[in-house]
Design a protein around this ligand. Structure first.
Ligand code: G3H
Length: 492
């Protein structure tokens, strides 16, 4: 049944929208009158300036210069609100998992994982917050000054998550922001929006009025007026840097706006001559093509030493073609329809550009199209003038380069605008040790003989250069959304 979503949440009240709406489609096609078409899943309100301003005002008032009910609420009471929310959220598991499959084409195991990981993230955040509170209850004494350190909130957070983890990554921003005592306005991602619908009442019933305000509509129509008010203290966004930059520029005092951003990456795999090739192949398959490569942590370029390139390329290309394409709920499916209607054409353009500049597709099925799906293409040899090397493809196409000397990939990483993670494959400890020392200064996580990934969520998730601002993880996000304050008193 289509979900005709009309409600939105402002200041603790669910409003029923009577104005313009926008249809939500799945790129998974179904047959309508003998014709295969993207499936209509429902519709959402196209909210505009009036509702956006009301939402940011509500968040601002609920914060009230730090004196509002929420920032001053005692820790146990705030935790109780969060616990109530997570219990209500768990009741919606089945529907949200189903919507993850339909809205963004995530396969069944990964959709379940996204939901369960989010619940776990909330529970772990609550636990970490309790520890933080216990630590802040300690008194310190230095130079005759007693200090009672407290972590305090920052204010109003505008929270915008991505389509590839519309539940999990949005909540990785929203939940720590809230538990620290901030208030928030949150707009779901463009794809993966209906799956927030079942949670509206849970938010309304769990938190005091104005603490969480939830809007629907086009990003620009909603976020632009909010940023222009200057009432946003923290821009929390996982997505593209162009969106983050544009929003930041709208803030009247952009230098004092705090940023918590997870942005683009171009994580490389570096395969040394002594690497276990079967392991490298299976890790590179997971790294490059889980969720069709639509992960900021995906491996987006492979550097393979020239001595082993032929064998690696053959094995990797065969493994790509052995993957299974299908609908998200089918058994054992790795590759699924892409949620963005324009993505297959974009991937095709990257393939065409690379081929025109001398690369070949190594796998037989590479580039095959079916409705909103394109079979992953392994491109070799890729050169730096090709768009597939220069751009964050965020989809099913894999550029492979060879190197003779390790300085070649290291130089490329140093020149890159990004610096999130790397995967390093090799065995000789004497070679690996100094390399790791160099790599940790170019990125923030070195994965030894394993693919790149964000989890487990207790580990810091961040990046250098244009890949991130601030750090997320159960532990770090609470710190990213707060400031260390203290009450000082003298020995008299
Ligand atoms: O899109 C970026 C995500 O943070 C990737 O997370 O490595 O758990 O898939 P993941």
């Amino acid at each position: 049944e289509p979900i005709e979503q009309r409600n939105y949440l402002i200041n603790g009240k669910l409003f029923n929208w009577k104005g313009e709406t926008a249809d939500v489609f799945s790129s998974i096609q179904t047959e309508v009158n003998g014709e295969r078409k993207p499936t209509r899943l429902g519709s959402i309100p196209s909210l505009g300036e009036e509702e956006s301003l009301a939402a940011v005002d509500a968040a601002h008032q609920a914060y009230e210069r730090g004196q509002g009910l929420w920032p001053t609420m005692n820790v146990a009471a705030r935790i109780k609100c969060m616990e109530t929310f997570v219990e209500k959220m768990k009741e919606k598991r089945e529907l949200i998992v189903k919507l993850l499959m339909w809205e963004i084409g995530k396969n069944y195991p990964d959709s379940q994982k996204e939901f369960d990981r989010t619940v776990e993230y909330i529970i772990d955040t609550i636990e970490d917050y309790k520890t933080m509170d216990r630590e802040s209850a300690k008194f310190y004494k230095e130079g005759g000054i007693h200090a009672h350190i407290r972590r305090g909130p920052l204010g109003v957070v505008l929270c915008l998550g991505p389509y590839n983890y519309p539940l999990n990554e949005t909540f990785c921003l929203l939940i720590p922001a809230l538990i620290m005592g901030n208030t928030a306005v949150f707009k779901p991602a463009k794809h993966g929006v209906l799956l927030i619908t079942p949670l509206l009442e849970a938010f309304q019933e769990s938190f005091p009025a104005g603490v969480v305000n939830i809007l629907f509509g086009r990003g620009r129509a909603v976020a632009t007026p909010i940023m222009k008010t200057g009432k946003v203290d923290v821009l929390a966004l996982i997505g593209h840097s162009s969106s983050a930059n544009a929003l930041q520029a709208l803030h009247p005092k952009q230098n004092r706006l705090r940023l918590v951003l997870g942005l683009e990456a171009k994580n490389p795999a570096i395969i040394l001559p002594d690497a276990d090739l079967d392991l490298a192949v299976s890790e590179c398959i997971a790294g490059t093509l889980s969720f069709n490569g639509q992960r900021c942590t995906a491996l987006k370029v492979i550097y393979v030493h020239e001595n082993i390139a032929e064998t690696f390329n053959r094995k990797y290309a065969e493994a790509v073609d052995a993957l299974k394409f299908g609908l998200p709920w089918e058994d054992g499916v790795n590759l699924t329809p892409l949620p963005e209607p324009s993505k297959p054409d974009y991937i095709q353009a990257l393939i065409d550009d690379a081929q025109a500049k001398g690369a070949e597709i190594l796998n037989e099925k590479g580039g095959e199209r079916y409705e909103n799906f394109i079979w992953p293409a392994v491109l070799f040899p890729v050169t730096k003038d090709m768009n597939v090397y220069k751009e964050e493809q965020f989809g099913p196409v894999v550029p492979v380069l060879t190197f003779k000397h390790i300085d070649e990939p290291l130089d490329d990483m140093a020149e890159s605008n990004y610096g999130q993670q790397v995967s390093l494959f090799g065995k000789d400890v004497k070679t690996l040790a100094p390399l790791i020392d160099t790599l940790v200064n170019l990125v923030c996580r070195v994965n030894l003989n394993s693919s790149c990934q964000r989890g487990p969520d207790v580990y810091p998730f961040t990046g250098r250069k244009d890949s991130a601002v601030s750090t997320l993880s159960v532990h770090d996000a609470l710190r990213s959304f707060s400031i260390r304050t203290f009450v000082a008193s003298k020995d008299n």
